[in-house]
Design a protein around this ligand. Sequence first.
Ligand code: ADP
Ligand code: ADP
Length: 222
Amino acid sequence: NDPLIIDHLSKRYGNLTALSDMTFTVNAGEIFGFVGSNGAGKSTTMRIVLGVLSADSGRVLLGDRPIDLEMRRQIGYMPEERGLYPKMKVGEQLRFLAELHGLSSADARDNVVRWVTRLGLGERIDDNVGDLSLGNQQRAQLAAALVHEPTVLVLDEPFSGLDPVAVDVMSDVLKEKAAEGVPVLFSSHQLDLVQRLCDRVGIITKGSMRAQGSVDELRAGG
Ligand code: ADP
Ligand code: ADP
């Protein structure tokens, strides 16, 4: 897999500078924790990576290629806000998303069953998303990010409000994907989780990267 490279991104909303010269790389097979307080610019960065927002300047690359629409389809994205339709069944919805990403209906069905089972939602596959507990909705949201076998993972506050069991299951899945060579970028304001899970951490304040390195390096430096 190729590394995900965030290269000198800047973004303003009107007079507010949300990102200024944001630069970092998530290597293949690495879990990179993107840490910063509310309003620091994490979601803005992720939305630019996803292509739902455009930067004023700077680029996003996969390896040595500027990311385009086709390459963006390889990204698995878990938004912070709920992104699934409450009135559609878990399994139906995940199959639909997998097929939207170009999987055959047989592959889509196989992947959905595999991920739903892996994430402990096997019994819930025919339930409407809106009838699940919040923790299970979050698991379904992660399944949605994974069903098309993405080669890059971008997760916006995936653990916020989760019970410890769900945190463990989801942490294991992220480690597994990284072990397969996927670059994994996730944001959090919970430092304890980040320390446990991440190979490297980037600390952002006011739209810029202040420090990055392994947890030990950041401890030594700070
Ligand atoms: P984070 O994800 O770290 O909480 P955001 O990227 O959401 O940070 O926000 C960065 C800054 O940009 C914040 O001050 C936020 O209020 C502002 N912002 C985000 N989205 C918009 C928008 N659509 N219009 C105006 N300001 C925005
Ligand atoms: P996050 O915590 O993920 O950054 P926010 O709560 O900041 O999310 O933003 C939720 C939505 O509101 C986003 O679409 C964001 O772009 C928008 N938004 C955030 N801050 C502002 C703002 N100051 N003015 C207008 N829109 C904003």
